[in-house]
Design a protein around this ligand. Structure first.
Ligand SMILES: [Zn+2]
Length: 141
């Protein structure tokens, strides 16, 4: 999973995945992709590593070609994947994991080293806005 590797802090991560084919309620062939595990990511706030828990269950409808993507209902819970004869399960799993990882991954608020600093900055900003508010009020008078 070279695309995923590029964003990992180290290769200590572990993922379990399961792909199960089935026919969905609309009679279309689909795959349920389940991925669980942990990935070491770099927190974008404090730049230290943290364990990102992966817990994905996604239902992918198999379509014959990309043109069929538009026929799929605009249902957020459902995605489509082209049923190529050489559909690589690992590529599929990697796609799902990459979609799941936030653009800017961070520690949960209470565990981040930078949290204390971030709160101070927050307070400063609030003070600045409060001052701005006073100035604006004075303008109106
Ligand atoms: Zn952090």
């Amino acid at each position: 999973m070279s695309r995923l590797e590029g964003i990992l802090y180290s290769d200590d991560g572990m993922l379990d995945y399961e792909l199960a084919g089935y026919i969905n309620r609309e009679g279309k062939p689909a795959i349920r992709c389940t991925v669980r595990g942990m990935l070491p990511l770099v927190c974008q706030r404090c730049l230290e590593d943290f364990a990102y828990p992966v817990d994905i269950v996604s239902d992918l409808i198999l379509v014959e070609d990309e043109g069929a993507f538009e026929e799929i209902d605009e249902d957020d819970a459902t995605d489509a994947v082209v049923a190529a004869p050489c559909l690589d399960p690992l590529v599929l799993v990697e796609d799902e994991v990459l979609l799941d990882i936030p653009m800017s991954p961070r520690h949960p608020l209470t565990q981040c080293k930078m949290q204390a600093d971030a709160m101070e900055i927050g307070a400063e900003e609030r003070k600045a806005f409060a001052t701005l508010g006073v100035l604006k009020a004075q303008d109106k008078e």
